[in-house]
Design a protein around this ligand. Structure first.
Ligand SMILES: [Zn+2]
Length: 306
């Protein structure tokens, strides 16, 4: 068999990037993720809080393969990891124009005050992480009136930047290539330490730049913010993909997601509390039980029990 040199090079590059693009989701990856989270010395986060700023009323049928017509509200959320002397944000909310894109013509609930609070939390954060390059997760950085303040402390991966420059979910998210220098842009194969107790793990599939965010708190509890790998706990518990029409619409890599679902399915038994960003059933219960905090805490405001 003969290859033209250009093709040979492209094929080799293709193989190399494909190998780098998909971590092996196994116990070795979990060990590496835990080690990465322990790599940066310093006080560990004391609590993980979440805030819901919008919702899309859907059904299980529109959320998970084989789901029925039972209503299922897809919450849109952001997270805050609080340290004794500051905090990290995970995901950034979105403005109302981007919210309307997701309504596809329908009016869906949007909490402008909650989003304004996320903006305050982004301004006050030491570091901002985004699970992926879709509008409901990243627009709060890209389209923020405080962009110049927030972008320099926001980590984007090279894959996220690539999507935002070349193939954004909507025109409102398109990044100029020169904007790359506004952000902390990183590239890594599988895991990356980012702060005491916190590490990223690549999860390409829902989008090329999808990440999951692992956090170990001071009291030893472990969390994994799972982004949009699944839109429901049912999807992880039963290892079910999104409906075929959604996979096609989004352009997901279902094979990659199958490996991720298998891995996530086994993590609770290994002591890890999963957080599903769009869930609106389990997270409110976790908040009621005090496992996670509800709403963001900003400096100078009294906390729980204070
Ligand atoms: Zn999303």
């Amino acid at each position: 068999m003969r290859f033209a040199p250009a093709c040979l090079l492209a094929c080799l590059l293709g193989l190399a990037s494909a190998a780098a693009a998909r971590p092996a989701y196994d116990d070795a990856l979990l060990r590496k993720l835990r080690a990465a989270a322990g790599a940066v010395p310093g006080a560990l986060p004391e609590e993980l809080r979440y805030a819901k700023f919008a919702e899309s009323p859907r059904t299980f049928a529109a959320t998970v393969e084989g789901g029925d017509d039972t209503p299922y509200a897809q919450a849109r959320t952001a997270y805050q990891l609080r340290y004794p002397d500051g905090w990290i944000m995970v995901d950034a909310g979105m403005d109302e124009a981007v919210h309307r894109f997701f309504g596809r013509g329908a009016e869906e609930p949007y909490d402008a005050a909650a989003n304004a609070r996320i903006q305050r939390a982004l301004r006050g954060a030491r570091l901002v992480l985004v699970t992926h390059e879709h509008g409901d997760h990243v627009a709060g950085v890209l389209r923020s009136p405080h962009y110049a303040e927030i972008a320099p402390k926001t980590i984007l991966t090279a894959r996220q930047v690539d999507t935002l420059v070349r193939a954004p979910q909507m025109p409102e998210l398109r990044m100029d290539p020169a904007q790359r220098r506004d952000f902390i842009v990183v590239d890594f194969d599988d895991v990356l330490p980012v702060a005491p107790g916190v590490a990223l793990v690549q999860a390409p599939g829902h989008t090329p730049g999808e990440l999951m965010v692992y956090a170990r708190l001071r009291d030893g509890r472990e969390f994994l913010i799972t982004g949009d790998v699944s839109w429901s706990y049912a999807g992880i518990e039963q290892r079910l993909q999104k409906p075929a029409a959604q996979i096609a619409r989004i352009g997901e890599d279902a094979t990659a997601i199958a490996f991720q679902l298998d891995w996530l399915n086994g993590l609770p038994a290994r002591g890890i509390q999963l957080l599903v960003n769009h869930d609106d059933l389990v997270q409110p219960r976790l908040a009621a039980e005090g496992v996670i905090g509800e709403g963001l805490r900003l400096d100078g405001e009294p906390g729980p029990g204070e």
